[in-house]
Design a protein. Structure first.
Length: 100
């Protein structure tokens, strides 16, 4: 891997963003080749880097995770609210029937 001229790129906040920029540059420049990389301490092949570069940014992935974790609780709250509302409507209807 370390034969010939070598370039090193660092990405501190979001390492995938750095990989995206390097692959974007490699697509525009025929003389620039990506051989491998280290992402989060793991040696990655070019195919691995290309696959990771297609992922959304880290904050978007965290938002998707939070939404996925929140969805069952929201559905449960909606179901409980619907049950209470139906019970209240039934009591109101019973009250109206007895008062008539």
């Amino acid at each position: 891997m370390f034969v010939g001229p070598i370039g090193i790129t660092f990405g501190f906040e979001d390492p995938i963003a750095a990989a995206k920029k390097v692959l974007e540059y490699a697509g525009k420049n025929d003389k620039f080749k990506v051989r491998s990389g280290v992402i989060e301490g793991r040696l990655c092949s070019v195919d691995d880097i290309k696959a990771m570069s297609k992922l959304p940014p880290k904050n978007v992935l965290l938002g998707i995770l939070a939404g996925t974790m929140q969805a069952p609780m929201s559905k449960l709250a909606g179901a409980l609210n619907a049950t209470l509302s139906q019970f209240a409507y039934a009591l109101e209807a019973l009250k109206n029937k007895k008062s008539s």
